[in-house]
Ligand binder design. Structure first.
Ligand SMILES: Cc1ncc(COP(=O)(O)O)c(C=O)c1O
Length: 299
């Protein structure tokens, strides 16, 4: 298929050609910003990251993102070597240096750092962590509602690389995305180990049936901040919302489906495994939730 789209497509912005990247405290033009080939992140995917968005001078849900970053770092026994306040200061320094006021996206990455030898053992990372902040001018661009395909790659059990971890290594998700693309879809719909519909390879997943919003129990997916905000918005606005197990039968028969993530907020889904979902266009509940969310973040 030639017209596959990514759910993370952004409008072209020439200013991004000259952005400054924060690498371990130094701001460097993107053309010169590098990390070592011995870096644990490059070599092994050994690190954690967050994606944040800036609207009108404010990092959306900053506290939640910083909490999740530190929680993930603790889980992989990685000492970030900075306080949450210092991490926020680094974000702000990068934002100011790039003169960004709104519609910016930050990818904040922390790895176990440069290794002494090119092998796996974490003790070989002797130089302290590597932190990088890539911040781009970013307006999501979605040419049409997206198409999903279910794939054989599962969301695993928590004891095999907990799917809640925003780890650098995303190979399971990437393999899922490749399989979906080869099936003619834009993104992969992933099942959990019991066969219930769980999430996509890069976003959380919701369906709407008879005016009620359904999402997975949350057991096998990223604890998405946007996911939680959508659930909270439903509760606050008398939209029935259930975190529950559901199957592909429930999904194909849904009136609407959408994805959530910091980048795209709520992304409508038109088709899953060749079945049109509802009218194939963005439905009324998705539209309403997008409006409520936009108001919440002040976009
Ligand atoms: C696999 C996966 N699911 C969902 C999300 C969405 O999470 P959030 O809403 O916090 O951006 C992400 C984003 O990092 C992700 O990597």
């Amino acid at each position: 298929m030639t017209d596959n789209v990514s759910t993370h497509e952004a409008e072209e912005d020439r200013r991004n050609a000259d952005i400054l990247i924060w690498v371990n405290g130094a701001l460097t033009h993107r053309a010169e910003a590098t990390v070592s080939v011995y870096d644990s992140g490059f070599m092994l995917g050994d690190g954690v990251w967050e994606g944040l968005r800036l609207y009108h001078g404010r990092w959306t849900f900053l506290e939640e993102h910083i909490d999740r970053l530190f929680e993930a770092a603790k889980a992989i026994d990685l000492d970030i070597g900075m306080t949450p306040a210092q991490v926020i200061a680094a974000l702000e320094e990068t934002r100011t240096a790039n003169d960004m006021q709104t519609d910016a996206h930050a990818r904040l990455m922390v790895t176990r750092g440069v290794k002494r030898l090119p092998f796996q053992h974490p003790r070989l990372s002797t130089k302290g962590p590597t932190m990088v902040i890539i911040m781009e001018h970013s307006k999501p661009k979605l040419p049409r509602p997206i198409r999903l395909a279910t794939v054989p790659h599962l969301r695993g059990l928590p004891m095999t690389q907990d799917p809640k971890l925003n780890s650098h290594s995303k190979l399971n998700c990437i393999l899922a995305c490749i399989a979906a693309e080869k099936a003619g879809a834009d993104e992969a719909l992933m099942l959990d180990v019991h066969g219930f519909v769980n999430t996509t390879n890069a976003c959380n997943f919701f369906i709407v049936r008879k005016g009620a919003v359904w999402t997975s129990t949350g057991d096998y997916c990223m604890n998405g901040i946007t996911r939680q905000k959508v659930i909270d918005l439903c509760h606050a606005n008398d939209i029935p919302c259930y975190e529950r197990n559901f199957s592909l039968v429930d999904t194909y028969g849904a009136d609407e489906a959408f994805l959530t993530g910091t980048f795209g907020a709520q992304t409508p889904v038109s088709e899953i495994d060749g079945r049109t979902i509802g009218s194939g266009e963005m439905g009324p509940v998705t539209t309403r939730l997008r409006g409520l969310y936009k108001d919440l973040v002040g976009a």
